[in-house]
Design a protein. Structure first.
Length: 299
């Protein structure tokens, strides 16, 4: 175990808190005034973390803190002598199902070759056949009339492989998808080029906190935020007044731009996924996908 002296871990706490406060200042400002935001609202409503959670520093599994009296008594921490560290046994006793599910999905994804051919049609399929006031974000304008949205979806085609995106398709859009993802087929279908799979690294880092260190968690959040921006820019919604020009995936040029962004996100996701898996295996030892094949968790 690596042990940090008081000066080291206190410096890490201060630096992390300052970084998070600076990055999330506008989020907190809008929250305090009840103002909507098409990117940030998703991250803080769909995922179960708040700015305060992100600002709280944790070293992660395998790192001890000397003379860290502020950490004594926190959930999943234990102290031996002068060193306080994550109690992996206590964490596993409480969250083993989460740990096993995370390992099963992330290791399966890491072993696949990324694909970049969906062109963001999942967001269009979520408004397919709806009138503007019937969408999940009625305060946002649509770029096209419902008939034109339907034409684009049918012309470009739907190739969504991620269940947690597919489940929000409208009823008429579901049969148009090349695949019919389910929770059971998620390990088979999740792949590292998918925007939502890479956004979900933030979900898993949060569910596995404090075993996953706060720096990894915040990097996962920043990646998810950048992905959500592109997700909405490539959607049928009009976010120009929010400062997000459209990625026009209804055109060949826009689809090429979208795929390029996907590739960049897939590359950024690799070290984050690796760190989450490292934290899991530090607690459980190396695992294979077959060992966790039967484990499940309710989302």
């Amino acid at each position: 175990m690596k042990v940090l002296a008081p000066a080291e871990w206190r410096a890490s706490v201060a630096a992390h808190e300052e970084r998070v406060r600076a990055e999330l200042a506008q989020v907190v400002w809008r929250r305090d005034r009840g103002l909507k935001h098409p990117v940030d609202d998703f991250l803080f409503h769909y995922y179960n973390l708040r700015p305060g959670h992100l600002a709280q520093w944790h070293p992660g599994v395998g790192v001890g803190l000397r003379d860290a009296h502020a950490f004594e008594g926190r959930p999943f921490y234990s102290t031996e002598g002068s060193v306080t560290a994550l109690d992996a046994a206590a964490f596993l006793a409480k969250r083993r199902a989460t740990v096993e599910t995370a390992h099963r999905l992330l290791s399966a994804t890491a072993a696949k070759v990324p694909r970049f051919g969906c062109f963001g049609m999942h967001e269009w399929a979520m408004v397919y056949g709806l009138e503007p006031g019937e969408t999940r974000h009625p305060y946002l304008k649509l770029r096209f009339e419902p008939e034109e949205i339907a034409r684009v979806v049918e012309e470009v085609g739907c190739r969504c492989s991620h269940f947690d995106a597919f489940r929000f398709f409208t009823g008429p859009a579901r049969p148009l998808n090349l695949l019919q993802p389910t929770r059971e087929t998620q390990p088979e279908l999740d792949q590292p080029g998918c925007l939502h799979v890479n956004m979900d690294l933030y979900r898993w880092a949060g569910k596995l906190s404090p075993a996953v260190g706060s720096e990894v968690l915040f990097e996962a959040f920043l990646l998810a935020r950048d992905i959500r921006e592109v997700d909405m820019q490539a959607s049928a919604y009009d976010l120009t007044e929010w400062g997000y020009p459209p990625i026009k995936v209804e055109t060949a040029e826009g689809r090429a731009q979208y795929a390029s962004r996907q590739r960049a996100f897939a590359e950024r996701a690799v070290p984050i996924r690796r760190e989450i898996l490292r934290a899991i295996e530090a607690m459980t030892g190396p695992r294979t996908s077959d060992e966790t094949k039967g484990d499940a968790e309710a989302y």
